[in-house]
Design a protein around this ligand. Structure first.
Ligand SMILES: Cc1cc2nc3c(=O)[nH]c(=O)nc-3n(C[C@H](O)[C@H](O)[C@H](O)COP(=O)(O)OP(=O)(O)OC[C@H]3O[C@@H](n4cnc5c(N)ncnc54)[C@H](O)[C@@H]3O)c2cc1C
Length: 378
């Protein structure tokens, strides 16, 4: 009887796990099944280049049929709805899938609790919203744009702030290039008094300084009351806007609640240092779907998703072979905050924190990383 391993998702964590499993299982004794809505990988970090037309949505999609064939993976096209029997059965929109070991790598969702949130556009939520913003920008004749992000009050690490800085700085550069920056008022808002603090002690000053130099107004530390069609209402007043881009705090997907396991305060699967889902047998989690132990600055990033997926896949194989399985992952925060022509490298490790000035070379490093990842899965 083959040993069945099921992986939920086809993003950064899922694909890194498949590669690690196959590296350790050269004889292909494991039958690996991937469950995802589509056999495709979406390179989310490059969404920041869609509004300017530097990238089209289709540039960021890799069809995975070839990769799955190379890796000997069976694809089950469906959405996951929940788990039964402690994770041994995955309930999907296309029937049930039984496994001997399970890795959950299906990413996260965004909170939608703020009143009037439908008046905002979340450019991180996929290719479509980013393309809608591009189309809107092409029609727009100047005025006001508000852009902001918030966290999940129940789980401080569940925040996606870095990309909002990138959308903002890229938009500034784009408008300059199109000779229309002067007719546009850009405002950055966040209920946090020090947005970007997780990037390091100097990051907030450097990021806010970069906004000031670009004549971007800021409204910080004001609780969001509601979004309206033409404004953001905060506890401190109103921000008029022709369009509002807003990245809410992150949370777990609704189906996480149908798995019979306790979730973290923010709604994610609770993982230990070895990426095991607490309270289960042979169920692991990697990437945005999990709530992991670590320093207060730990981040939900593609880089971390891959490190967690590698640790989880190694532990999964060791467990199936009856060996000790305590491989852990390092917490690292590495990102390049891009502005279309330059990039600012920010990195944070247990011993040091580095933030470089904006450099042209870092913009090219970001493009190189994109090419490398897309090539790997083509
Ligand atoms: C605009 C933007 C810029 C970013 N920039 C960076 C950066 O510069 N550096 C960095 O490290 N990180 C960056 N990130 C964060 C990074 O993209 C995420 O942390 C990463 O994608 C998480 O990987 P994941 O595999 O956990 O989830 P995802 O990549 O989101 O993949 C989740 C997968 O699960 C599938 N799925 C969803 N629901 C279900 C379901 N019910 N059943 C089955 N499958 C399901 C999805 O289709 C998808 O295939 C950025 C994110 C955005 C949006």
């Amino acid at each position: 009887m083959p040993v069945n391993v099921t992986i939920i998702g086809s993003g950064f964590a899922a694909l890194a796990a498949i590669r690690t499993l196959r590296r350790m299982d050269a004889g292909r004794s494991l039958a690996v099944t991937v469950i995802a809505p589509q056999a495709r990988f979406v390179y989310l970090p490059s969404l920041i280049w869609v509004p300017s037309g530097t990238r089209r949505g289709s540039d960021l999609i890799v069809p995975l049929e070839d990769f799955f064939a190379r890796m000997g993976v069976t694809f089950h096209q469906a959405e996951c709805l929940g788990l039964r029997e402690g994770g041994r059965i995955v309930v999907t929109t296309q029937g049930e899938v039984r496994n001997d070991a399970l890795l959950i790598a299906s990413g996260a969702s965004y909170l939608r609790k703020a009143p009037g949130i439908d008046h905002t556009l979340n450019p991180c939520s996929g290719i479509q919203p980013a393309e809608r913003f591009r189309a809107w920008l092409q029609r727009w004749r100047g005025g006001r744009i508000a852009m902001g992000f918030a966290g999940n009050p129940d789980e401080p690490s569940a925040v996606r702030g870095g990309p909002l800085f990138e959308f903002l700085f890229c938009l500034h550069t784009q408008l300059l290039r199109e000779n229309r920056r002067e007719s546009c008022k850009l405002t950055f808002f966040s209920p946090m008094a020090e947005p970007g603090k997780r990037l390091g002690p100097h990051a907030v000053r450097q990021l806010l300084g970069a906004m000031e130099r670009r004549n971007i107004a800021t409204r910080l530390g004001e609780k969001i009351v509601a979004f309206r069609e033409d404004r953001v209402v905060t506890a401190g007043g109103e921000i008029k806007a022709d369009v509002t881009l807003f990245i809410p705090g992150m949370t777990g997907s609704p189906w996480f609640g149908n798995c019979g396991v306790p979730l973290s305060p923010g709604g994610f699967f609770i993982a230990d240092e070895a990426c095991r889902v607490v309270g289960t047998e042979r169920v692991w989690v990697a990437g945005d779907a999990g709530s992991f132990p670590g320093p207060e600055w730990r981040a939900k990033q593609a880089h971390m998703a891959e490190l967690q997926a590698e640790a989880a896949a190694i532990n999964l194989i060791h467990t199936l072979h009856g060996r000790p399985s305590h491989v852990t992952f390092r917490n690292e925060l590495i990102c390049i905050v891009d502005s279309l022509d330059r990039g600012t490298l920010v990195s944070r490790f247990s011993r040091f924190n580095l933030m470089l000035p904006a450099l042209k070379s870092m913009h090219w490093v970001k493009k190189f990383l994109e090419t490398k990842t897309l090539h790997r899965y083509r």
